[in-house]
Design a protein around this ligand. Structure first.
Ligand SMILES: [Cu+2]
Length: 86
């Protein structure tokens, strides 16, 4: 998933109880990846790739919020991760 001024791309669709490796990076600026309502918080810095393994144990809709101020559109920088039952 890529952060850039001012969006997270793409929208992810995952399945419950499957494991995934998420690769997070930024195309331009420092961003903060905060996954709600679970407590995952990562700094996303251009030139670096954060890789995390996740296994969603709950279906539903999760929101990615940028929590590192990144300019005028910062408050609009929301992403989505959907987790479906399988
Ligand atoms: Cu931001």
């Amino acid at each position: 998933m890529l952060g850039r001024l001012w969006q997270w791309y793409p929208i992810l669709e995952l399945e419950k109880n499957q494991s995934y490796r998420l690769h997070l990076s930024s195309m331009d600026w420092n961003h903060g990846f905060s996954l709600q309502p679970v407590n995952i918080n990562l700094q996303i810095i251009p030139g670096y790739e954060m890789v995390l393994t996740v296994t969603p144990d709950q279906a539903g809709e999760f929101t990615v919020v940028c929590n590192e101020y990144c300019g005028i559109g910062h408050h609009l920088m929301l992403g989505k991760i959907y987790v479906g039952e399988n």
